[in-house]
Design a protein around this ligand. Structure first.
Ligand code: SIN
Ligand code: CO
Length: 387
């Protein structure tokens, strides 16, 4: 299925991705939401689920924000109109949303952040604002009017004394009413304002881009953790400094610069750090390995009965290739396995596909090294039998 309508994936990436907004009518024809508003409100009652309610007082332009978990009373106390419930990372709780994300696999999975669901009655919105990441806004139920403006920056004024970042003024370049199955793509920093026309749900598929500061800090922390105390600045070619002993001269600066560049340029280290960093789970405590470790004998028969092996919704997978090796990372940790052509093909397949049919991996099930890899992934609760 092509969710980009008349546009090919290549055209989308060349013309729109990170460049300009795009409205795709009927991206999901005959779209049926996997959830109804009650399901979303139910999730917001849960301790482990991140949720917020924003209430707008339209008469004096003030906003109230409340953080979940909520109680049923919280919902009965809400006004009739002009509020929004936001629930984060619903793809980790409802497998159908993880499946929906599969439609976006033309963007690397390690760029994905989460799928947020919003519910709003008439007039509900989170105000005019901009986000620092790419987002696809899929209309799940009801209708929402979206106004889209120009690209913003930190210098754009935001409303004082409100608990959310709202633009003081917003120029509108486009206005569209989205129906269920329509989708709006917004690159980072574009001003947008979505107001519910009636009871409406919107699914935001958000991507993440680490800030340069995070990358620099994260990578240098990683490098530093592997250095020993005796690896130090040296200056065996030091020149007589007595004329200007307080001067940090160009030679010294060059020696420090070279020392930093030598470290930063270690591509092998960068690969490892990136794979660790980009697979770190959104919520650390949500993932747990199986309580009781299984043996191959325990699961051998499951492969005959079950049709699908599925990636756990709380697991983030990525791998890189290096001198004939495949380095697999899940949830910020390396997943070591004996490297053979069979295990490498299997590992790549399992990382790339959310669902794997038993049929697809039948030939690997008799290979002891592949069995070990599968067993480790199942015991780690990164893969589960769907049926
Ligand atoms: C919403 O769903 O109401 C807001 C989503 C967004 O603007 O990013
Ligand atoms: Co937004």
């Amino acid at each position: 299925m092509n969710i980009l309508g008349d546009i090919s994936c290549e055209e989308f990436l060349n013309e729109y991705w990170q460049k300009k907004p795009l409205l795709i009518r009927n991206a999901f024809p005959d779209f049926e939401s996997p959830v109804n508003p009650d399901d979303i409100a139910g999730l917001a009652l849960e301790e482990d689920v991140e949720s917020r309610i924003l209430i707008e007082d339209v008469s004096n332009q003030t906003w109230q924000v409340k953080h979940g978990p909520f109680t049923e009373e919280n919902f009965t106390e809400l006004p009739k109109e002009n509020w929004t419930l936001l629930v984060q990372a619903v793809d980790q709780w409802i497998p159908e949303f993880a499946d929906l994300l599969e439609q976006f696999r033309f963007i690397p999975t390690w760029r994905k952040d989460d799928l947020m669901v919003s519910f709003a009655p008439k007039g509900g919105s989170v105000g005019p604002h901009y986000d620092l990441y790419d987002v696809f806004l899929v209309q799940g139920m009801g209708q929402r009017t979206w106004q889209v403006g120009p690209k913003c920056s930190e210098s754009d004024a935001t409303v004082d004394d409100v608990p959310v970042k709202i633009l003081k003024s917003m120029q509108t370049d486009h206005e569209w009413v989205l129906n269920p199955g329509d989708m709006l793509y917004l690159p980072p920093s574009y001003a947008h304002h979505g107001v519910a026309v009636n009871d409406c749900m919107t699914f935001s598929i958000g991507f993440r881009a680490p800030s340069e500061a995070e990358v620099l800090q994260g990578f240098t922390d990683h490098l530093a953790s592997e250095l020993t105390n005796d690896q130090r600045y040296t200056d065996p070619a030091l020149k007589d400094a007595s004329a200007t002993p307080a001067l940090i001269d160009d030679d010294a600066i060059e020696r420090f610069s070279q020392m930093l560049q030598d470290k930063i340029n270690q591509k092998d280290q960068l690969k490892t750090w990136l794979a660790q960093y980009m697979t770190e789970p959104k919520y650390e405590d949500l993932h747990e390995p199986l309580e009781e470790e299984l043996e191959w004998l325990d699961i051998d028969s499951l492969f005959q009965e079950a049709q699908h092996l599925t990636q756990n919704e709380t697991s983030r997978w990525a791998y890189f290739k290096d001198e004939g090796q495949v380095s697999l990372f899940i949830n910020g940790q390396p997943q070591p396995f004996k490297q053979t052509p069979e295990t490498q093909t299997l590992a790549k397949h399992l990382a790339n596909e959310r669902h794997t049919t038993t049929q697809e991996i039948l030939s690997y099930l008799v290979d002891p090294d592949c069995q070990r890899l599968l067993l480790d992934l199942i015991n780690g609760n990164h893969l589960y039998f769907e049926d």
